[in-house]
Design a protein around this ligand. Structure first.
Ligand code: ITT
Length: 217
């Protein structure tokens, strides 16, 4: 008979990110999934995974697989970033560290606004992209991509969210992502869209695992 401890373990999902803003959004996007979400700190993780990939998908796979080899839990990792058309797709995969090794959200935003000076509204188009990868024990179970289009605002607006949210203007709402609550953002965001596919998969996967468990009990 399987122990109740192993049952619990099977329902633990590690949201493998070092970014607190991302962690809370991932958790929000997965509301309704019957699992216990934990952070990398719960894995006792010390060192980070090097993001050596050429694109978001490669980096998301690298992170998810690396953490999944270090534990038995389901691991969800995500790689995302901002692509600005007038900057030929920058900052892209370098979004987190765009302003250098000691980058902060504030410095990254300043750099984008500086490079965008004098660029008129119609040419300020941009998109956020997200790739989410769920894996377990070194095997990928599901991948999901999401994106959302918007404009780079002339100035920062709003204090919610994280990263470039205060300068990402979402036209249908006439607001930046920095001006909306987490749950609202998740309905249209790149992350929310990528996570929809993962969420549907997880609900079926956990249900099947639960049934297996009950059969074996
Ligand atoms: P982990 O790799 O540990 O998950 P990270 O912040 O380094 O944390 P990424 O490498 O995926 O994650 O970089 C994502 C960066 O892109 C993030 O730090 C922000 O600067 C930006 N970004 C991504 N999604 C965003 C969002 O929803 N709102 C604002 N900025 C976002």
């Amino acid at each position: 008979m399987r122990s109740s401890k192993s049952k619990l373990n099977r329902q633990k999902i590690i949201l493998a990110t070092t970014n607190q803003g991302k962690f809370h959004e991932l958790k929000k996007c997965l509301t309704g999934v019957p699992a216990d979400f934990q952070s990398l700190a719960d894995l006792g993780a010390r060192e980070d995974v090097k993001e050596k990939g050429k694109n978001f998908l490669e980096n998301a796979r690298l992170k998810s697989l690396a953490w999944s080899r270090r534990s038995d839990f389901l691991i969800l990792a995500e790689d995302s970033g901002l692509e600005v058309d007038a900057l030929r797709g920058q900052p892209g995969i370098y979004s987190a560290r765009y302003s250098g090794p000691r980058a902060t959200n504030e410095k990254n935003i300043c750099k984008v606004l500086r490079l965008m000076q004098g660029i008129p509204w119609p040419r300020r188009t941009a998109r956020f992209v997200s790739w989410a990868v769920l894996s377990r024990k070194g095997r990928i179970l599901k991948e999901g991509k999401g994106q959302v289009r918007g404009y780079i605002a002339f100035n920062k607006k709003g204090t919610q969210g994280f990263g470039y949210d205060p300068i990402f203007f979402y036209s249908p709402w006439k607001k930046t992502f920095g001006q909306v609550a987490r749950a609202e953002k998740g309905k249209v965001s790149h992350r929310g869209r990528a996570l929809k596919k993962i969420k549907a998969f997880l609900i079926k996967y956990l249900d099947a695992a639960q049934q297996e468990n009950e059969k074996g009990a």
